[in-house]
Design a protein around this ligand. Structure first.
Ligand SMILES: CC(=O)O[C@H](CC(=O)[O-])C[N+](C)(C)C
Length: 300
Protein backbone atom coordinates (compact mmCIF):
# COMPACT_ATOMS: atom_id res chain seq x y z
CA UNK A 1 0.00 0.00 0.00
CA UNK A 2 1.47 3.33 -1.04
CA UNK A 3 1.92 5.78 1.83
CA UNK A 4 0.54 9.33 1.85
CA UNK A 5 3.58 10.75 3.65
CA UNK A 6 5.89 10.74 0.61
CA UNK A 7 7.31 14.29 0.33
CA UNK A 8 7.66 13.93 -3.46
CA UNK A 9 4.03 12.92 -3.94
CA UNK A 10 3.04 15.65 -1.47
CA UNK A 11 4.95 18.15 -3.62
CA UNK A 12 3.09 17.26 -6.83
CA UNK A 13 -0.32 16.79 -5.21
CA UNK A 14 0.15 20.03 -3.22
CA UNK A 15 1.14 21.86 -6.41
CA UNK A 16 -2.07 20.62 -8.03
CA UNK A 17 -3.96 21.79 -4.92
CA UNK A 18 -2.40 25.23 -5.49
CA UNK A 19 -3.58 25.18 -9.11
CA UNK A 20 -7.11 24.47 -7.82
CA UNK A 21 -6.83 27.43 -5.42
CA UNK A 22 -6.15 29.73 -8.38
CA UNK A 23 -8.76 28.10 -10.66
CA UNK A 24 -11.45 28.52 -8.01
CA UNK A 25 -10.43 32.02 -6.90
CA UNK A 26 -9.36 33.72 -10.13
CA UNK A 27 -12.83 34.49 -11.54
CA UNK A 28 -13.68 36.33 -8.28
CA UNK A 29 -10.37 38.16 -8.48
CA UNK A 30 -11.11 39.20 -12.08
CA UNK A 31 -14.49 40.62 -10.99
CA UNK A 32 -12.82 42.47 -8.11
CA UNK A 33 -10.16 44.02 -10.37
CA UNK A 34 -12.66 44.94 -13.14
CA UNK A 35 -14.94 46.65 -10.60
CA UNK A 36 -12.02 48.38 -8.87
CA UNK A 37 -10.49 49.70 -12.08
CA UNK A 38 -13.47 50.54 -14.30
CA UNK A 39 -13.23 54.04 -15.83
CA UNK A 40 -15.11 56.86 -14.13
CA UNK A 41 -18.36 57.45 -16.11
CA UNK A 42 -18.79 60.79 -17.86
CA UNK A 43 -21.51 63.03 -16.28
CA UNK A 44 -24.97 61.60 -17.05
CA UNK A 45 -23.52 58.29 -18.33
CA UNK A 46 -24.03 54.83 -16.74
CA UNK A 47 -20.90 53.18 -15.30
CA UNK A 48 -19.46 50.31 -17.36
CA UNK A 49 -20.53 47.84 -14.65
CA UNK A 50 -23.39 48.72 -12.30
CA UNK A 51 -22.46 45.93 -9.88
CA UNK A 52 -20.97 42.45 -9.48
CA UNK A 53 -23.77 40.56 -11.24
CA UNK A 54 -23.81 43.07 -14.11
CA UNK A 55 -20.04 42.58 -14.43
CA UNK A 56 -20.50 38.77 -14.56
CA UNK A 57 -23.14 39.06 -17.29
CA UNK A 58 -21.13 41.50 -19.41
CA UNK A 59 -17.89 39.48 -19.24
CA UNK A 60 -19.78 36.25 -20.06
CA UNK A 61 -21.62 37.85 -22.99
CA UNK A 62 -18.67 39.73 -24.52
CA UNK A 63 -15.71 37.48 -23.72
CA UNK A 64 -17.18 34.09 -22.84
CA UNK A 65 -15.91 31.92 -19.94
CA UNK A 66 -12.27 32.63 -20.89
CA UNK A 67 -12.80 36.28 -19.92
CA UNK A 68 -12.91 35.28 -16.24
CA UNK A 69 -9.54 33.56 -16.49
CA UNK A 70 -7.49 36.34 -18.12
CA UNK A 71 -4.15 37.07 -16.43
CA UNK A 72 -4.12 33.76 -14.56
CA UNK A 73 -0.55 32.77 -15.52
CA UNK A 74 1.15 35.01 -12.92
CA UNK A 75 -0.86 33.79 -9.88
CA UNK A 76 -0.52 30.20 -11.12
CA UNK A 77 3.27 30.55 -11.23
CA UNK A 78 3.30 32.07 -7.76
CA UNK A 79 0.72 30.03 -5.85
CA UNK A 80 1.28 26.49 -7.16
CA UNK A 81 4.96 26.34 -6.05
CA UNK A 82 4.06 27.68 -2.59
CA UNK A 83 1.47 24.96 -2.05
CA UNK A 84 3.82 22.33 -3.54
CA UNK A 85 6.60 23.29 -1.11
CA UNK A 86 4.16 23.56 1.78
CA UNK A 87 2.70 20.05 1.31
CA UNK A 88 6.22 18.71 0.69
CA UNK A 89 7.29 20.26 4.01
CA UNK A 90 4.27 18.81 5.82
CA UNK A 91 5.12 15.31 4.66
CA UNK A 92 8.78 15.84 5.62
CA UNK A 93 7.55 16.94 9.07
CA UNK A 94 5.32 13.86 9.36
CA UNK A 95 8.07 11.47 8.18
CA UNK A 96 10.48 12.94 10.75
CA UNK A 97 8.13 11.83 13.54
CA UNK A 98 7.22 8.38 12.22
CA UNK A 99 9.20 5.20 12.56
CA UNK A 100 7.08 3.63 9.78
CA UNK A 101 4.77 5.28 7.20
CA UNK A 102 1.58 3.88 8.76
CA UNK A 103 2.22 5.41 12.21
CA UNK A 104 -0.74 7.57 13.21
CA UNK A 105 0.39 10.95 14.53
CA UNK A 106 -1.17 12.75 17.49
CA UNK A 107 -2.62 16.27 17.02
CA UNK A 108 0.44 18.05 18.55
CA UNK A 109 2.65 16.00 16.20
CA UNK A 110 0.51 17.03 13.22
CA UNK A 111 0.76 20.65 14.37
CA UNK A 112 4.55 20.31 14.48
CA UNK A 113 4.61 18.76 10.99
CA UNK A 114 2.52 21.71 9.78
CA UNK A 115 5.06 24.03 11.40
CA UNK A 116 7.79 22.36 9.31
CA UNK A 117 5.64 23.12 6.24
CA UNK A 118 5.58 26.77 7.37
CA UNK A 119 9.40 26.85 7.54
CA UNK A 120 9.69 25.44 4.01
CA UNK A 121 7.06 27.69 2.44
CA UNK A 122 8.35 30.90 4.08
CA UNK A 123 11.63 30.63 2.19
CA UNK A 124 9.81 31.22 -1.11
CA UNK A 125 6.80 33.05 0.29
CA UNK A 126 8.60 35.94 2.10
CA UNK A 127 10.02 37.72 -0.98
CA UNK A 128 6.82 36.99 -2.93
CA UNK A 129 4.73 38.58 -0.18
CA UNK A 130 6.99 41.66 -0.03
CA UNK A 131 6.56 42.24 -3.79
CA UNK A 132 2.84 41.41 -3.77
CA UNK A 133 2.09 43.83 -0.91
CA UNK A 134 4.07 46.68 -2.50
CA UNK A 135 2.20 46.20 -5.79
CA UNK A 136 -1.19 45.87 -4.07
CA UNK A 137 -0.91 49.22 -2.29
CA UNK A 138 -0.03 51.21 -5.41
CA UNK A 139 -3.03 53.47 -5.86
CA UNK A 140 -3.08 54.13 -9.60
CA UNK A 141 -1.13 53.22 -12.71
CA UNK A 142 -0.29 56.91 -13.30
CA UNK A 143 1.56 57.27 -9.96
CA UNK A 144 2.89 53.71 -9.88
CA UNK A 145 6.48 53.31 -8.73
CA UNK A 146 6.67 49.70 -9.92
CA UNK A 147 5.48 48.54 -13.34
CA UNK A 148 5.18 44.88 -12.27
CA UNK A 149 6.70 42.13 -10.08
CA UNK A 150 10.01 41.88 -11.95
CA UNK A 151 10.50 45.64 -11.95
CA UNK A 152 9.65 45.72 -8.23
CA UNK A 153 12.21 42.97 -7.43
CA UNK A 154 14.88 44.79 -9.48
CA UNK A 155 14.25 48.13 -7.77
CA UNK A 156 14.27 46.58 -4.29
CA UNK A 157 17.55 44.84 -5.08
CA UNK A 158 19.09 48.05 -6.42
CA UNK A 159 18.00 50.01 -3.34
CA UNK A 160 18.75 47.56 -0.52
CA UNK A 161 20.14 44.30 -1.93
CA UNK A 162 18.82 40.86 -1.01
CA UNK A 163 18.04 42.08 2.55
CA UNK A 164 15.43 44.42 1.16
CA UNK A 165 13.80 41.70 -0.96
CA UNK A 166 13.63 39.45 2.11
CA UNK A 167 12.30 42.14 4.48
CA UNK A 168 9.51 40.64 6.56
CA UNK A 169 10.93 37.09 6.64
CA UNK A 170 10.72 36.84 10.46
CA UNK A 171 7.12 38.09 10.31
CA UNK A 172 6.29 35.54 7.60
CA UNK A 173 7.74 32.78 9.84
CA UNK A 174 5.66 34.13 12.73
CA UNK A 175 2.58 33.89 10.52
CA UNK A 176 3.13 30.66 8.65
CA UNK A 177 4.67 28.33 11.26
CA UNK A 178 1.64 28.42 13.61
CA UNK A 179 -0.88 28.97 10.77
CA UNK A 180 0.37 25.99 8.75
CA UNK A 181 0.42 23.93 11.96
CA UNK A 182 -3.23 24.82 12.45
CA UNK A 183 -4.05 24.28 8.75
CA UNK A 184 -2.77 20.73 8.49
CA UNK A 185 -3.74 19.66 12.02
CA UNK A 186 -7.33 20.91 11.64
CA UNK A 187 -7.68 19.27 8.21
CA UNK A 188 -6.66 15.90 9.62
CA UNK A 189 -8.83 16.39 12.70
CA UNK A 190 -11.88 17.18 10.53
CA UNK A 191 -11.16 14.28 8.22
CA UNK A 192 -11.02 11.95 11.23
CA UNK A 193 -14.30 13.20 12.72
CA UNK A 194 -16.09 13.23 9.34
CA UNK A 195 -15.08 9.67 8.46
CA UNK A 196 -18.07 7.36 9.01
CA UNK A 197 -17.67 4.58 11.61
CA UNK A 198 -15.63 1.73 10.12
CA UNK A 199 -14.76 3.76 6.99
CA UNK A 200 -11.42 5.02 5.77
CA UNK A 201 -10.23 8.62 5.51
CA UNK A 202 -9.14 8.06 1.91
CA UNK A 203 -12.76 7.28 0.92
CA UNK A 204 -14.24 10.47 2.34
CA UNK A 205 -16.95 11.94 0.08
CA UNK A 206 -16.33 15.02 -2.04
CA UNK A 207 -18.71 17.07 0.14
CA UNK A 208 -16.93 16.12 3.36
CA UNK A 209 -13.50 16.76 1.84
CA UNK A 210 -14.71 20.24 0.81
CA UNK A 211 -15.97 20.92 4.35
CA UNK A 212 -12.70 19.72 5.93
CA UNK A 213 -10.53 21.69 3.48
CA UNK A 214 -12.58 24.89 3.64
CA UNK A 215 -12.69 24.83 7.43
CA UNK A 216 -8.93 24.20 7.63
CA UNK A 217 -8.49 27.35 5.52
CA UNK A 218 -10.56 29.32 8.05
CA UNK A 219 -8.53 27.97 11.00
CA UNK A 220 -5.32 28.81 9.12
CA UNK A 221 -6.34 32.44 8.73
CA UNK A 222 -7.76 32.91 12.23
CA UNK A 223 -4.23 32.22 13.48
CA UNK A 224 -2.49 33.99 10.59
CA UNK A 225 -4.28 37.34 10.49
CA UNK A 226 -2.59 39.18 13.44
CA UNK A 227 1.00 38.44 12.29
CA UNK A 228 -0.17 38.99 8.69
CA UNK A 229 -1.28 42.56 9.48
CA UNK A 230 2.10 43.28 11.14
CA UNK A 231 3.94 41.64 8.22
CA UNK A 232 2.10 43.65 5.58
CA UNK A 233 2.76 46.96 7.36
CA UNK A 234 6.42 46.13 7.77
CA UNK A 235 6.82 45.03 4.17
CA UNK A 236 5.38 48.22 2.67
CA UNK A 237 7.03 50.69 5.08
CA UNK A 238 9.78 53.06 3.92
CA UNK A 239 13.33 51.95 4.77
CA UNK A 240 14.20 52.56 8.45
CA UNK A 241 10.64 53.29 9.64
CA UNK A 242 10.51 50.23 11.91
CA UNK A 243 14.06 49.67 13.26
CA UNK A 244 13.04 46.66 15.41
CA UNK A 245 10.91 45.06 12.70
CA UNK A 246 7.64 43.45 13.81
CA UNK A 247 8.11 44.64 17.41
CA UNK A 248 8.21 48.28 16.29
CA UNK A 249 5.10 47.80 14.12
CA UNK A 250 3.28 46.17 17.04
CA UNK A 251 4.26 48.94 19.50
CA UNK A 252 3.08 51.65 17.10
CA UNK A 253 -0.19 49.82 16.42
CA UNK A 254 -1.00 49.37 20.13
CA UNK A 255 -0.19 53.04 20.80
CA UNK A 256 -2.27 54.43 17.94
CA UNK A 257 -5.05 51.93 17.13
CA UNK A 258 -5.39 49.30 19.84
CA UNK A 259 -5.67 45.52 19.78
CA UNK A 260 -8.57 45.33 17.28
CA UNK A 261 -6.29 46.60 14.51
CA UNK A 262 -4.68 43.13 14.52
CA UNK A 263 -7.82 41.78 12.82
CA UNK A 264 -8.06 44.38 10.03
CA UNK A 265 -9.14 42.89 6.70
CA UNK A 266 -10.60 39.77 8.31
CA UNK A 267 -13.80 39.73 6.21
CA UNK A 268 -12.38 39.39 2.68
CA UNK A 269 -9.72 37.01 3.97
CA UNK A 270 -12.28 34.62 5.47
CA UNK A 271 -14.65 34.93 2.49
CA UNK A 272 -11.86 33.72 0.21
CA UNK A 273 -10.40 31.16 2.64
CA UNK A 274 -13.24 28.63 2.62
CA UNK A 275 -13.79 28.07 -1.13
CA UNK A 276 -10.09 28.39 -2.02
CA UNK A 277 -8.94 25.82 0.51
CA UNK A 278 -11.91 23.51 -0.08
CA UNK A 279 -10.81 23.40 -3.75
CA UNK A 280 -7.18 23.00 -2.72
CA UNK A 281 -7.75 19.89 -0.58
CA UNK A 282 -10.15 18.36 -3.08
CA UNK A 283 -7.48 18.77 -5.77
CA UNK A 284 -4.81 17.48 -3.40
CA UNK A 285 -6.77 14.33 -2.52
CA UNK A 286 -7.59 13.63 -6.20
CA UNK A 287 -3.95 14.09 -7.24
CA UNK A 288 -2.77 11.88 -4.36
CA UNK A 289 -5.18 9.11 -5.42
CA UNK A 290 -3.90 9.37 -8.99
CA UNK A 291 -0.24 9.29 -7.88
CA UNK A 292 -0.86 6.28 -5.62
CA UNK A 293 -2.67 4.51 -8.49
CA UNK A 294 0.18 5.32 -10.93
CA UNK A 295 2.79 4.15 -8.40
CA UNK A 296 0.94 0.88 -7.85
CA UNK A 297 0.67 0.31 -11.64
CA UNK A 298 4.37 1.05 -12.26
CA UNK A 299 5.67 -1.11 -9.40
CA UNK A 300 3.17 -4.00 -9.67
C1 LIG B 1 -0.84 32.15 3.87
C2 LIG B 1 -1.26 31.08 2.96
O1 LIG B 1 -0.92 31.04 1.80
O2 LIG B 1 -2.03 30.14 3.51
C3 LIG B 1 -2.42 28.99 2.75
C4 LIG B 1 -3.93 28.99 2.70
C5 LIG B 1 -4.51 30.04 1.81
O3 LIG B 1 -5.64 30.46 2.11
O4 LIG B 1 -3.89 30.41 0.80
C6 LIG B 1 -1.97 27.76 3.51
N1 LIG B 1 -0.57 27.32 3.31
C7 LIG B 1 0.42 28.36 3.62
C8 LIG B 1 -0.36 26.20 4.24
C9 LIG B 1 -0.35 26.85 1.93
Amino acid sequence: MASDTSPVKGFFAGGFGGVCVVLSGHPLDTLKVRLQTQPKPAPGQQPLYTGTWDCVQKIAAKEGPRGFYKGMAAPLMGVAPIFAVSFFGFNVGKSMQQSKPDDVLSYPQLFLAGGVAGVFSTVIMAPGERIKCLLQVQQSAAKAKYSGPVDCAKQLYREGGIRSIYRGTAATFARDIPASGMYFMSYEWLQRILTPEGGSRSDLSIGRTLIAGGTAGIFNWLVAIPPDVLKSRLQIAPEGKYPKGMRSVFAEMMREEGIMALYKGVTPVLLRAFPANAACFLGYEAAMKFLNWAEAKIFS
